[in-house]
Design a protein around this ligand. Structure first.
Ligand code: FAQ
Length: 338
């Protein structure tokens, strides 16, 4: 059990220990049921803490690894305007990673530990970033579909029961909506361009559509964490519901582009008021999660290389901070001696 702080309700710091964890858990759940936020110093069950560390750290790693497929195109963006927008977007992803690692650190885990887990290949990050970005249209498809799916998943997370995660998500969602628009605008330009450009846009859609649907995770019936995470209001909407919402908003956007979804089973169902769509290739999803996607090894190699190349920056920042600390301590001693 995570025992830091016993104040399950404000001012209530004296729950007798012999009442045990069940009373603490009851009050904790009551607070969640009342839609109150859980803050870092509040009592929380160990399972709640671990679930948050797992989800938030996987999310942070996704933002960081997610910079790699786009970074591949910075030097080849087709105009200065496109390059500036892409650079700004990638910088945003780095910032999202930082907010999320900070949110995770409020749960008694160090950023170093989490980063080490990623670099050693022990941590998960979103499956989507193990696919290659081979043409400029992929940058459009990533913004439109990957950021589009990310927003669909992240908007409900703004209401997550854990305060620091929910506040990080509010800021992140504002930035993601710009990301989605810049991607859609790239797709629109290509779709209205030459026949070759339109083909490039269609090819990108064909390759990114199914992996984007996998971003929402396994079907609800196969999702081991969903039921508990919904009870704790870490997750507010289920994997399948979010995936369906994403399909419903994205199909008309593809129609507007004049592109065809790579799914022969896709059709409007007037009875349900939703689009029906084909079966996801869960074997492919499983393979990507097991490290056998098209780019898993490349991503880990590049992330490790980038971490190594940044070593001098981290060392310089630490040396600078130490110098400032020593100077401030010397000044304090000098003042005290006067
Ligand atoms: N990839 O029981 P569930 C972005 C794992 S950010 C890899 O359903 P849960 C921004 C899951 O971790 C994209 N693994 O799990 C951007 C669990 O494994 P574990 C990331 C996946 O947690 C855009 C197991 O399967 N967003 O794109 C995936 O309740 C463009 C069982 O699954 C977030 O992380 C997957 N797709 O629900 C950046 C949002 N799906 O830990 C750059 C926050 C499932 O037991 C460029 N996370 N798994 O070993 C979430 O909402 C949830 O964690 C889910 C999964 C919905 C992803």
């Amino acid at each position: 059990m995570y025992t830091q702080g016993l104040d399950v309700q404000k001012g209530d710091v004296s729950i007798p220990l012999e009442q045990g964890d069940s009373e603490l858990e009851r009050r904790f759940q009551a607070k969640i049921d009342a839609d109150e936020k859980i803050e870092p110093k509040d009592w929380m069950p160990e399972g709640y803490r671990k679930t948050l560390v797992r989800q938030i750290s996987q999310h942070a790693h996704s933002e960081v690894v997610g910079m790699l497929p786009e970074g591949n195109w910075i030097t080849r963006a087709p105009s200065l305007r496109r390059k500036a927008a892409l650079l700004a977007k990638i910088q945003d992803e780095a910032g999202h990673g930082l907010y999320l690692y900070s949110a995770c650190e409020t749960l008694n885990v160090s950023r170093q530990e989490l980063v080490d887990q990623l670099l050693e290949g022990k941590a998960k990050y979103s499956s989507i970033f193990n696919y290659p970005s081979t043409t400029w249209a992929d940058i459009g498809a990533i913004g439109w579909l990957v950021d589009g799916a990310a927003i669909m998943n992240q908007v409900p997370l703004q209401r997550c029961s854990y305060g620091p995660y929910s506040r990080a998500m509010i800021r992140i969602c504002k930035e993601e909506s710009f990301h989605q628009r810049q991607g859609y605008e790239i797709m629109l330009t290509l779709a209205r361009g030459t026949a070759a450009q339109k083909r490039m846009a269609q090819d990108a859609l064909n390759r990114w559509w199914w992996p984007s649907l996998m971003m929402f995770g396994p079907n609800d019936k196969d999702s081991p964490h969903s039921a508990q995470s919904m009870r704790w209001k870490i997750k507010r909407v289920s994997n399948d519901e979010l995936r369906q919402k994403f399909v419903d908003v994205t199909v008309p956007q593809a129609d507007f582009l004049g592109l065809t979804m790579p799914d022969p089973a896709l059709r409007w169902n007037a009875g349900s008021g939703h689009y029906d769509f084909g079966e996801i290739d869960w074997e492919e999803f499983k393979q990507v999660l097991q490290g056998n996607g098209p780019c898993n090894r490349e991503r880990m190699r590049d992330r490790n290389r980038a971490h190594e190349r940044g070593r001098w920056v981290r060392e310089a920042a630490l040396a600078h901070a130490e110098k400032r600390r020593a100077r401030a301590a010397a000044q304090t001693t000098a003042v005290a001696a006067e």
